[in-house]
Write a protein that binds this ligand. Structure first.
Ligand code: URA
Length: 300
């Protein structure tokens, strides 16, 4: 039988391996540690202080007491009967440490696993957790699952090109997805599918927490699925572009998914539409825009 103290050590080692540098102990966790210490301490044999009987071992899982302070993030919409664990968002540490703590919890996230329609490998996010700009897509695909990083396949390469045109590098921005696992299909090879509303709902606590940690100045929702997951909007992306939306107080610009530029010969007008969305974002962020950039993808 695993001893409570071993469970604690195992839990802390796993957190450390994920890059978490500190954990918050609330008063009940501290009391539990005191009890364990008293239990494990050798009785001091002094004539006037007889060793006390050890207190009964705690019945709850001690590792769960090491929760950083309660999450400010509301629990996810719950698509299944499986009780969703509350996501723990550390209230101290750097943004990178907080994102690492979320990532550790995303592995085997019970509400996602319970659906049995998502694959096992978890792909979280990449880039700068203190970025002014956050980009959100739908879910990892074949390439992303293989490399463990969002937007690294053909659509990701388009996204990198778009960022470069904005004079940004991938590491200057924070890139994530609504769903953290590749949606499964029967006899799946390299094919990908759009996540279902239940799959999006199962992972929504993560994107909420990521936004709360990164607090970007602006978010770009990439494609209709990201709009649906993030903003609850359905319909053609064309009808959602061209204005500012709001997610948790952060301005959101909607644009076409970069994969839209992969199908056939993307028309110059399609490229220009996406580019105009990027110009609006650059203005919002107060980025310099030169004349050449303003003219990109305009007919000559
Ligand atoms: N499409 C997405 O929406 N996200 C990825 O990470 C890759 C492709």
């Amino acid at each position: 039988m695993i001893r409570p103290v071993d469970a604690i050590v195992e839990f802390l080692k796993a957190q450390e391996a994920e890059g978490v540098k500190s954990v918050y102990l609330d008063e009940s966790a501290r009391e539990l540690l005191r009890q364990l210490h008293r239990q494990n301490a050798k009785p001091r044999k002094t004539p006037d202080a007889p060793a006390k009987a050890a207190p009964a071992p705690p019945r709850e899982n001690p590792a769960s007491r090491f929760a950083p302070s309660p999450s400010p993030v509301p629990a996810a919409a719950r698509p299944t009967a499986t009780p969703a664990p509350d996501l723990i968002v550390p209230d101290s540490g750097t943004a990178a440490e907080k994102i690492a703590a979320l990532k550790a919890q995303a592995k085997g996230w019970p509400p996602a696993v319970a659906l049995k329609s998502l694959r096992e490998t978890m792909v979280f996010s990449c880039g700068n957790p203190e970025a002014d700009l956050m980009l959100i897509g739908e879910a990892p695909g074949y390439e992303e699952e293989k490399l463990g990083e969002p937007f690294v396949g053909p659509a990701g390469q388009k996204l990198t090109e778009i960022l470069r045109a904005m004079r940004l590098d991938r590491k200057d921005v924070y890139i994530s997805n609504i769903v953290k696992f590749r949606p499964a299909t029967p006899r799946q090879t390299t094919n990908n599918r759009k996540p279902t509303p239940a799959e999006m709902a199962s992972c929504l606590p993560f994107i909420r927490a990521e936004v709360a940690i990164v607090r970007p100045k602006c978010i770009i929702a990439l494609g209709g699925t990201a709009c649906e997951g993030l903003l609850g909007l359905q319909g053609p992306v064309g009808s959602m572009r061209g204005s500012w939306h709001d997610f948790a107080g952060i301005p959101v610009r909607v644009t076409y998914h970069p994969a839209y530029l992969l199908h056939g010969q993307a028309a110059l007008t399609d490229k220009r539409m996406i580019w105009e969305d990027m110009l609006a974002v650059m203005e919002k962020l107060g980025m310099p825009i030169d004349d050449k950039q303003r003219q990109f993808f305009l007919p000559k």
